[in-house]
Design a protein around this ligand. Structure first.
Ligand code: IPM
Ligand code: MN
Length: 379
């Protein structure tokens, strides 16, 4: 790849506008690394990225009184894709923000709802050579870990009707409904079958149909949608059992599909299986708009220390290149570049393990090394 822009080719460049929402905590530090990688790719491929920064999250609330300010909404509405960092603050700081306006309820969930980003892809990948990052024994990991959790992101108990109050006995109560209809299930199931068709043609459908009616409906609809994908083998697994399987033989999974809350929990567990939530990028895809974010939080305890792992932020940018801009080759190069930094023996400190000889690098240095690996042809 060459970094030179030829003025004659300038017109042929595809232009993409990307809303950059760095978020809170370590967001700024890790976003800078993703931006470095995007700037490199822009210099090497016939694209140009207009990066438009906008406030989002707790910081935005303190600045403007809104976690998802109107101005940010407009920027996101116009953008071809949204790259978003983690949001949220520590417990003390969060108390200063009214409950309904806190960045999760006042920013993130409204964003998911606004763009109807129902399909959340959370890939969990660890090549065999990096098995030492995982707390699992090498013999459990075998040749490596490579599965993707597809999480329904705009339904279920997250978005169901909520009510709090005091009942006739004077007891405080909270009700929230776990709601799904067949349309919501069918569209995420279809996405999962399509993903399975591109991979090993095995789909694990995760549910709790021994207790929940919503899961009974889930299974029926998955079965119906599956008729359009006769080549895909569907395995039904109860969510509690799936949690155990993830620890005991993660290699059995390839594509997993599940409702919102199950996906929230199992995707964090997947991060644990890999060895760090810092290894979990994600894509949130809607009918017209997609946004990309790490699966982890804003880690306020280490914010500003230049030690956070930028992998899931850079990985989210890689997912954006592939899924929003069709830049599969560049996305692959970015993945390989990140892996090569690890293979060369460098990592951020979240991945330091007793017995594993790694040189610890800062957030910035990790980003620089990724760009250097890209410049060497993608690692
Ligand atoms: C995630 C996060 C969010 C969720 C929070 C921040 C609302 O944990 O994306 O997994 O629960 O979906
Ligand atoms: Mn989560």
């Amino acid at each position: 790849m060459s970094n030179k822009k030829s003025p004659r080719k300038e017109e042929a460049r595809k232009k993409y506008q990307i809303a950059i929402l760095a978020g809170d905590g370590v967001g700024g530090e890790i976003m800078r690394q993703a931006v470095k990688a995007l700037r490199f790719i822009e210099g090497a491929a016939p694209v140009s990225f207009e990066l438009v920064e906008a406030p989002f999250g707790a910081g935005a609330w303190f600045e403007t009184g809104k976690s998802f300010p109107a101005e940010t909404m407009e920027i996101c509405d116009r953008a071809d894709a949204i790259l978003k960092g983690p949001i949220g603050l520590g417990f003390e700081e969060t108390q200063k923000i009214p409950v309904e306006e806190r960045p999760e309820r006042g920013g993130l969930l409204p964003m998911r709802r606004r763009y109807d980003t129902y399909a959340n892809f959370r890939p969990a990948r660890l090549p065999g050579a990096l098995a030492h990052f995982s707390p699992l024994k090498p013999e459990v990991i075998g040749g490596g870990i490579d599965f993707v959790i597809i999480r329904e992101l705009v339904g279920g108990v997250y978005f169901g009707k909520k009510e709090t109050g005091v009942d006739a006995d004077g007891r405080r109560y909270a009700h929230e409904r776990l709601e799904y209809d067949e349309f919501q299930i069918a569209r995420i199931a279809r996405i999962a079958f399509e993903a399975a068709m591109k991979r090993k043609k095995i789909l694990h459908s995760i549910h709790k149909s021994n207790v929940l009616k919503s899961s009974v409906l889930w299974c029926e609809v998955v079965d119906e949608v599956g008729r359009d994908f006769p080549e895909v083998r569907v395995e039904n697994v109860l969510v509690d059992a799936a949690a155990t399987h993830l620890c005991i033989h993660p290699g059995m999974f390839d594509v997993m599909v599940m409702e919102n809350l199950f996906g929230d929990i199992l995707s964090d567990q997947a991060g644990g299986v890999l060895g760090s939530l810092g290894l979990m990028p994600s894509a949130c895809i809607g009918p017209e708009k997609a946004y990309y974010e790490p699966s982890h939080g804003s880690a306020p305890d280490i914010a500003g220390k230049n030690i956070a792992n930028p992998y899931s932020m850079i990985g989210s940018a890689a997912m954006m290149l592939e899924m929003s801009f069709g830049m599969r080759r560049e996305a692959e190069m970015l993945w390989r570049a990140m892996q090569s930094v690890f293979m060369d023996g460098y990592s951020t400190q979240d991945l330091s393990r007793p017995g594993a000889e790694m040189t610890m690098v800062s957030t910035d240095e990790f980003g620089d090394r990724v760009v250097a690996a890209l410049a060497n042809g993608g690692g």
